[in-house]
Design a protein around this ligand. Structure first.
Ligand SMILES: C[S@@+](CC[C@H](N)C(=O)[O-])C[C@H]1O[C@@H](n2cnc3c(N)ncnc32)[C@H](O)[C@@H]1O
Length: 340
C-alpha cells in the first residue's frame, strides 16, 4: 500500500503507523483476520505498508480502498509492483470534505480514520459497503465527520453548541448541493422538548443521482445547535449505529478554536456527555472518540466509557493511535462497543 502524501506535515510523519493500525482493525473486525505480517517499509525512499494475504476477494479490496491514507495498492510479485484496482466508496466529489477550511477543523484524513476504525469495530465488510449506517457526531464543528459519512452513503447527524459553526455548516451544505446540481430538500426548524426550545435544526435530504432521489433512496445530513449534553432530548434512544467525535482539546491556542460555551473541562464534559451518547447508540453499535491525552488520561476515559455500559476495545492496534498534533495537543483515539 502506497501511503498518501498528506497535506499536513506533522500528520504525514505518523500516517504510515496510523494506517498500519487502521488496517489491523479492518482485518480483525471486518475481514476475519485475513491480513497478516503488516509492516511499514520504504521502497525507493517512499513509505509503503506491506502485508501478506492469500485470500483477499474483490469485496475485501473494495473495503481496503477506503483506508484513510491509502494512495495506491499493489500486488508484490517477484520484487515488482502490479497495480490493483482502488475503487473507493466515495459517492460525491471529494471537495465535500476539503472545501471548508477553518481554525479548529479536524484534519480530514484523521477524521476518516476515526470513522473507519469505529465502523470496522462494529460491522462486517458487507454492512460497511452497503451504506445506510446512521452516524452521530455530537460535537461536530463544521461537519468534517458528517461529510465523510455522506461520502460513504451513510446518514450524518451532528450537534454543535457554537452558533457560527452551526450556521456556517448549514449554509455550506446547501450551497454545495446547489453547486453540484444534486436534487435535495432543506429544512430549518426548532427542536422542542416538552414545549421548551432545545435548539435550531438544519436538515438536508439528498441523493447522489436522480434515480435514487425519485425512488426515495435519500441520504440525510442534519445539524442541531445545542449543548451536546442535551443530545438525548434531540434524538430518539438507540437510533445511531455509530457515534464518532473529536472532543475539545481544552487548550487556548491560535490554531484551535475553543468555544466560549466550554465552561466544563474536557474531562467533565466527557463524564457528563458519554452516558447520554451511549443511550443514543443501538446495541451492536460503536462509539469512537479522539481527545487530547494532555488533559484526559486514557484510563480515565476508558472508565467513563465502561461506566456507560460500553465495552472498550483493548486489542493491540487500538493502543497505538496516539500522535502529536502540536506542543499542547497529543491526540489519541478510543473505541467502545455497545453490547447486543
Ligand atoms: C475539536 S472540535 C471538533 C471539530 C470538528 N470535528 C470539525 O472538523 O469541524 C470540538 C468541537 O466541540 C464543540 N463543543 C464544545 N463543547 C460542546 C458542547 N458542550 N456541546 C456541543 N459542542 C461542543 C466545539 O465548539 C468544537 O466545535
Amino acid at each position: 500500500m502506497l501511503i498518501s502524501p498528506s497535506a499536513n506535515r506533522v500528520y504525514a510523519r505518523t500516517a504510515a503507523r496510523m494506517t498500519a493500525n487502521e488496517t489491523a482493525v479492518f482485518s480483525a473486525g471486518a475481514l476475519d483476520g485475513r491480513i497478516e505480517d503488516l509492516r511499514e517499509a520504504e521502497l525507493g525512499g517512499v513509505p509503503y505498508l506491506l502485508f501478506r494475504s492469500d485470500t483477499l476477494t474483490p469485496r475485501d479490496l473494495r473495503l481496503l480502498a477506503n483506508l484513510s491514507s491509502l494512495y495506491a495498492l499493489f500486488k508484490v510479485r517477484e520484487g515488482m509492483l502490479e497495480p490493483l484496482p482502488v475503487d473507493r466508496l466515495d459517492r460525491y466529489d471529494d471537495d465535500l470534505v476539503s472545501i471548508l477550511k477553518y481554525a479548529g477543523k479536524t484534519n480530514e484524513q484523521f477524521t476518516k480514520l476515526l470513522l473507519n476504525v469505529t465502523a470496522a469495530s462494529a460491522f462486517g465488510a458487507d454492512r460497511l459497503l452497503a451504506g445506510g449506517l446512521k452516524v452521530l457526531d455530537p460535537m461536530c464543528g463544521r461537519g468534517t465527520t458528517l461529510n465523510q459519512a455522506a461520502m460513504y452513503g451513510f446518514d450524518g447527524y451532528g450537534v454543535e453548541v457554537d452558533k457560527r459553526d452551526f450556521e456556517t455548516y448549514g449554509a455550506f451544505i446547501q450551497r454545495w448541493l446547489k453547486d453540484k446540481r444534486l436534487k435535495h430538500k432543506a429544512l430549518t426548524t426548532r427542536v422542542k422538548r416538552e414545549g421548551r426550545g432545545v435548539g435550531q435544526r438544519t436538515r438536508v435530504e439528498f441523493a447522489a443521482d436522480r434515480e435514487r432521489y425519485r425512488a426515495g433512496d435519500l441520504q440525510v445530513l442534519e445539524i442541531v445547535n445545542a449543548d451536546t449534553v442535551r443530545s438525548g432530548e434531540v434524538f430518539k434512544k438507540q437510533s445511531f449505529d455509530l457515534v464518532v467525535t473529536d472532543a475539545p482539546y481544552g487548550v487556548k491556542h491560535a490554531a484551535v478554536k475553543e468555544t466560549r460555551a466550554l465552561t466544563r473541562s474536557p474531562t467533565e464534559l466527557l463524564e457528563t456527555a458519554v452516558p447520554v451518547w451511549a443511550g443514543l447508540l443501538r446495541p451492536g453499535g460503536a462509539m469512537g472518540l479522539s481527545w487530547n491525552t494532555v488533559t484526559t488520561g486514557r484510563d480515565d476515559l476508558a472508565a467513563i466509557l465502561a461506566g456507560a455500559g460500553l465495552e472498550v476495545q483493548e486489542a493491540e492496534p487500538y493502543r497505538h493511535f496516539e500522535h502529536r498534533v502540536d506542543q499542547a495537543i497529543t491526540r489519541d483515539l478510543i473505541v467502545a462497543r455497545k453490547p447486543r
